[in-house]
Design a binder for this molecule. Structure first.
Ligand code: 5RP
Length: 217
């Protein structure tokens, strides 16, 4: 099985958490499998709230309604991928640059179901460069503060987020205290969102593996 098969396996297993209502939908290649599967049950849900323009487009192409979070209230379940997860279900997200809207929808959902292939499970977060969404005028200022925290920020040149901001990918971090670092980075003026999802971790991690689906709660 290749990595994409494992992603699809995790997406299939997430369908067990879909029981009507309005579904929060994340972003990325694993979630794309989930969106395609959601199309088969679209008559049984009331719609979706999407975390990116890319996911909205895919949902709409399947004829699945995309709703405004301001009109829906709290969501029952949010399904999204991750770039890394530790065993506490603290995540690094934002490889696709959608981290801010992902964090909003995760925060507005009662249950966060994270789907990934098994390569995403790590002992310590930080091998995957940590994405940070930043207001454009604050790019150099934020980069200097991230260096003080021990990281090596690299501007994702040519990339603009759905919110009109830029991304700094921070290399060389070994994140031993994810909640503390999330708060520290959040406090830098000019940071919109850090890709650490620890203050609001996933509730369930579904991993596609060569030995079948593994679930960590
Ligand atoms: C996008 C994300 C994605 O969930 C993350 O990058 C994982 O992507 P994929 O499912 O393609 O491996 O955080 O901002």
């Amino acid at each position: 099985m290749n990595q994409d098969d494992l992603k699809r396996m995790a997406a299939e297993a997430a369908m067990e958490y879909i029981d009507g209502g309005i579904i929060g939908v994340g972003t990325g290649s694993t979630v794309n499998h989930f969106i395609d599967l959601l199309a088969d049950v679209k008559g049984r849900i009331d719609g979706t709230v999407s975390s990116s323009e890319a996911s909205s487009e895919r949902l709409k192409a399947h004829g699945i309604p995309v709703l405004d979070l301001n009109a829906t209230g709290e969501l029952e379940v949010y399904v999204d991928g991750a770039d890394e997860s530790n065993r506490h279900l603290h995540l690094i997200k934002g490889g696709g640059g959608a981290l801010t809207r992902e964090k909003i929808v995760a925060g507005a959902s009662r249950k966060f179901v994270c789907i990934a292939d098994e390569s995403k499970l790590v002992d310590v977060l930080g091998t995957f460069p940590l994405p940070i969404e930043v207001i454009p005028m604050a790019r150099s200022h934020v980069a200097r503060q991230l260096v003080k925290l021990g990281g090596t920020p690299v501007w994702r040149e040519g990339f603009v987020t759905d919110n009109g901001n830029i991304i700094l990918d921070v290399h060389n971090l070994r994140i031993m205290e994810p909640t503390e670092l999330e708060q520290q980075i959040n406090n830098i003026a000019g940071v919109v969102t850090t890709g650490i999802f620890a203050l609001r971790p996933a509730d369930v991690l579904i991993l596609g593996s060569e030995d079948g689906v593994k679930t960590i709660k």
